[in-house]
Design a protein around this ligand. Structure first.
Ligand SMILES: [Zn+2]
Length: 526
C-alpha cells in the first residue's frame, strides 16, 4: 500500500518565516521526500495544509486526510513530528489517534516510526503532545459507547470489511454498512458449504472437507486474503466463525487478551461469550441455517478429538493398489486364528483375486532388494547431470530477474531526484512512483517463485541421493520393527505398489502367482 506526506505549518514556523528562515513547507517536503527515498516508501500523494488552524474543523486538508486514513488508503503517513497531526483540542487528538489506530496506519517521522500493529498502546499513545492516559481513556469510552450504539443500529463499525464484502457509507446518515462483492462472496459460500456438507466424489460417496483443505483450495484458486497473502487454516476458521456472513453485526465478538510469555507480551483475540449480536443492515452471504451447521460442526471437531487409533496390524496399509480398479487393497484377518491374513480388493464386483498378505509383503521386500542392486551402479552417475542442467537454467533466470529488480529500484530512486530537480511535476512523479513500486513488487514475486523452484529441485536431489541408502536401512531393520513403523518406512520409499493376480490360488494351489510393480516415492521428474 502506498504512503502519503502531510505538511503543516505551526504558528512558530510562521514567525520564523517572518524572521527570514525561508519557506517551511518546502523545507519539510524536501526532508520527508529524502526520508521516503531512504526507506524506499512509495509516495503517491502530498497533503499541504495552508491554513494553520488548531482544530480539525479549521483544517480542511486534515479532514480530507482523515477520510482517506479511515478508508485504509495508506500504509503510513509521513509527517515532520507527530505534533503536526494534532495539537490543541484533546477531543480532536482522540479522533486522529483512533483513525490511525483502527486503520493500522503507521506514522513515520524522521525520528521514529509509530506502528499501531507492533507497538503497545501505552507506548504508541505516549508520544508527542498527546493527552494524558486518563483523558484518552475517557475519550475512548465515549467513542466505544458511540460504536456500540452504531452496532445496535445494525451498522458495520470495523475498519476492514470482512472478505466477501466492501465497506460503504450509509446514505443520508452517519456510519457504514457492507456491500457484497460477488466473486469474493462465491468463495465464502463455497467454504461454508464444503465445510458443512463435504463434497460428493466421483463414486457418489461424500468426503468431509476440513479447514486446511479449504485454505489449500483457495490458494490453488489464486485467492488472496485481505492482507494480500495466501489463505491459512486460521483465516478460514475465522471466516467460518464470523457472524457477519449470516447477516449480523457484532460488538466485542473477539476481545483482546494480553498475556506474558517469556517476558514478551502476547496478544490473543478469543471469542467473547458475552458479545452483542444484532441483525445487520447488510445482505447475508450464507443462510442462518448453514452458518449454524458450520458452528455445530466446528464445536464437534474441537471437543471430540479423533478416537485413539488401535495398533496398526497391516504393514502394507495404504500402499498396495488393485491393478483392476485402482483402489487401495485391504487386510482381511482370517476367521480362524491359525490362518494368515489376506490382502483383498474390497471393491464390489472387482475381478481381483486375493493373496496371503505376508506373501505380498515378502515379495515387495525382495523386489526392493533386487531393485537396489540393479540401480545402484547406474543411478548415481545418470541423474545428477539432469539436475545440474535444470538448476543452471533456473539460476540464469534468477540472475536476470534480480538484475531487473535492481534496475527498477534504481529508476525508483531516480524519480525522487527528478522531482527534486523539477524535471518531474508532482503528478508525473506520483504516477511513475506508483508504476515502479508495482513493478518492483511483481519482480519480487517472480524472484521468490524461482527461488522456491530451486529449493524444490535441491530437495529432489537430496531425496535421490538418500534413496538407496534408505532401502538398505529398511531391509536391514524391517523384521525387527512393529507393523506401524514398517508401514512408515515402506511409505518413505514407495509411493505405491500395484498388485495383479488372475489365477485363483486356492484352487490352483498357487497362492503366490501374483505380480507386483513398485512405484518409488521420489519425483519422477528427472
Ligand atoms: Zn479392485
Amino acid at each position: 500500500m502506498p504512503y502519503c506526506i502531510y505538511l503543516r505549518k505551526s504558528r512558530a514556523d510562521a514567525e520564523a518565516e517572518l524572521a527570514g528562515e525561508g519557506e517551511t513547507l518546502a523545507r519539510h517536503e524536501k526532508s520527508l521526500l529524502a526520508l521516503a527515498k531512504r526507506q524506499k516508501l512509495p509516495i503517491t500523494k502530498i497533503y499541504r495544509e495552508i491554513v494553520s488552524g488548531e482544530t480539525i474543523a479549521a483544517r480542511p486538508v486534515m479532514q480530507e486526510l482523515l477520510q482517506t486514513i479511515e478508508a485504509r488508503q495508506w500504509e503510513g503517513v509521513l509527517v515532520m513530528e507527530v505534533e503536526r497531526l494534532a495539537r490543541g483540542d484533546t477531543m480532536d487528538q482522540g479522533v486522529i489517534l483512533n483513525a490511525f489506530k483502527y486503520s493500522d496506519t503507521k506514522i513515520i517521522t524522521p525520528a521514529k516510526t509509530y506502528d499501531p500493529n507492533n507497538e503497545f498502546d501505552e507506548e504508541y499513545f505516549e508520544f508527542g503532545l498527546f493527552m494524558s492516559r486518563r483523558e484518552y481513556k475517557t475519550i475512548l469510552r465515549r467513542m466505544q459507547r458511540g460504536r456500540e450504539a452504531s452496532v445496535s443500529e445494525g451498522k458495520f463499525i470495523g475498519s476492514i470489511p470482512p472478505y466477501g464484502y466492501t465497506r460503504v457509507k450509509l446514505p443520508k446518515e452517519k456510519g457504514y454498512t457492507l456491500a457484497v462483492v460477488p466473486e469474493e462472496a462465491a468463495a465464502v459460500k463455497l467454504a461454508f458449504e464444503l465445510y458443512a456438507y463435504g463434497e460428493v466424489q466421483e463414486d457418489g460417496t461424500i468426503r468431509e472437507i476440513g479447514r486446511p483443505s479449504i485454505a489449500k483450495r483457495f490458494s490453488d484458486m489464486g485467492l488472496k486474503n485481505r492482507k494480500g497473502a495466501a489463505w491459512a487454516t486460521s483465516s478460514v476458521t475465522r471466516m467460518l466463525q464470523n457472524p457477519v456472513y449470516a447477516g449480523n453485526v457484532v460488538w466485542k465478538y473477539r476481545q483482546e487478551k494480553k498475556t506474558t510469555e517469556n517476558g514478551k507480551i502476547k496478544i490473543t483475540r478469543p471469542v467473547n461469550p458475552d458479545f452483542l449480536c444484532v441483525k445487520g443492515l447488510h445482505e447475508p452471504i450464507v443462510s442462518p441455517e448453514l452458518w449454524e451447521a458450520v458452528q455445530e460442526k466446528m464445536k464437534k471437531s474441537a471437543t471430540s478429538p479423533l478416537p485413539p487409533k488401535s495398533a496398526m496390524k497391516n504393514p502394507l496399509s495404504g500402499l498396495v493398489r488393485c491393478s483392476f480398479c485402482g483402489n487401495l487393497m485391504q487386510r482381511r484377518p482370517y476367521q480362524k486364528s491359525s490362518q494368515p491374513a489376506t490382502l483383498i480388493c474390497a471393491t464390489h464386483n472387482c475381478p481381483q483375486i486375493s493373496a496371503p498378505l505376508y506373501m505380498v509383503e515378502r515379495r515387495i521386500l525382495e523386489a526392493l532388494e533386487e531393485w537396489a542392486e540393479q540401480h545402484n551402479a547406474t543411478w548415481d552417475t545418470a541423474a545428477p547431470q539432469n539436475f545440474a542442467a535444470k538448476t543452471d537454467l533456473l539460476e540464469t533466470s534468477l540472475q536476470s530477474a534480480e538484475k531487473e529488480l535492481e534496475l527498477l529500484e534504481k529508476q525508483f530512486e531516480k524519480t525522487f531526484e527528478l522531482l527534486e530537480t523539477g524535471v518531474y511535476s508532482a503528478e508525473v512523479f506520483t504516477q511513475r512512483n506508483e508504476m515502479l513500486s508495482r513493478k518492483i513488487s511483481e519482480a519480487k514475486t517472480t524472484i521468490a517463485g524461482i527461488k522456491k523452484e530451486i529449493a524444490a529441485l535441491q530437495k529432489m536431489q537430496m531425496e535421490q541421493t538418500s534413496f538407496f541408502p534408505k532401502i538398505r536401512a529398511l531391509l536391514e531393520t524391517y523384521d525387527s520393527l512393529p507393523p506401524a513403523a514398517q508401514n512408515r518406512r515402506l511409505k518413505e520409499i514407495l509411493d505405491h505398489v500395484e498388485y495383479h493376480k488372475t489365477v485363483n490360488g486356492r484352487w490352483h494351489n498357487s497362492p503366490d502367482s501374483f505380480e507386483i510393480q513398485l512405484f518409488p516415492a521420489i519425483s519422477k521428474d528427472f
